[in-house]
Write a protein that binds this ligand. Structure first.
Ligand code: GDP
Length: 193
């Protein structure tokens, strides 16, 4: 089945976004690390399933081994189903993403978000970065340009509206994401002709 996957660190607002996308109620603010299995939901207007993969990265009360296990499972899932995945939505928290990326960048380390972005692209899955919590971001253009820079996309971000989608899931302001996802779905259709 055609599938859209959602990945992201825990607490970026994935459950909130899933609720907006599907109209289905999700456990937000629940115990971290609990969503271990992928959850599938129908996305009615566009005839595909949307899969919520477990949150990765730091979670209080979840030990390092378990975090690694969660990440390994996500990677395996994506490798296994890459052919069916139309779009990968990488959800980040617009307020903290640059600090987190910069803190975890080093000669021998690549931050999870950047790694996941490149990993999806290696699997030839079109990626849309849903930059959530934009209601908390004042210097919007600057922040989004910095994010492009960290992901290896030339700023300005406005050239990348099929890849960078600033949203406020909490208030239902997700139109840039819908637009970006749609643009990739229609690309797929063109390839089929
Ligand atoms: P998940 O762990 O990624 O599933 O994150 P949740 O959906 O549980 O959200 C984590 C926290 O971020 C909750 O307190 C949400 O209310 C909050 N949140 C989600 N979306 C937004 C948003 O667009 N703006 C703001 N300010 N907070 C948000």
């Amino acid at each position: 089945d055609a599938e859209v996957v959602l990945v992201g660190r825990s607490n970026v607002g994935k459950s909130t976004l899933m609720r907006e996308l599907t109209g289905h109620s999700f456990d937000t603010g629940g115990k971290p690390g609990v969503t271990r299995q992928p959850n599938h939901y129908d996305w009615a207007p566009e005839d595909f399933v949307i899969t919520d993969l477990p949150g990765f990265g730091f979670m209080s009360g979840v030990d390092e081994d378990h975090r690694e296990e969660i990440k390994t499972n996500i990677v395996r899932y994506l490798e296994e189903y890459a052919d069916d995945v139309l779009v990968g939505i990488l959800v980040v928290d617009g307020k903290s993403v640059i600090d987190i990326i910069d803190r975890h960048s080093g000669p021998d380390s690549i931050p999870y978000d950047v790694e996941m972005f490149h990993f999806l692209r290696e699997l030839e899955i079109p990626v849309v970065v849903a930059v959530n919590k934009m209601d908390k971001v004042d210097d919007r253009d600057e922040r989004l340009n910095e994010l492009c820079d960290r992901l290896g996309l030339y700023p300005p971000w406005k050239q990348w509206q099929e890849t960078i989608a600033p949203i406020t899931a909490k208030n239902g302001r997700i139109e840039p994401l819908n637009e970006a996802v749609r643009s990739h779905l229609h690309e797929e259709n063109r390839d089929d002709l």
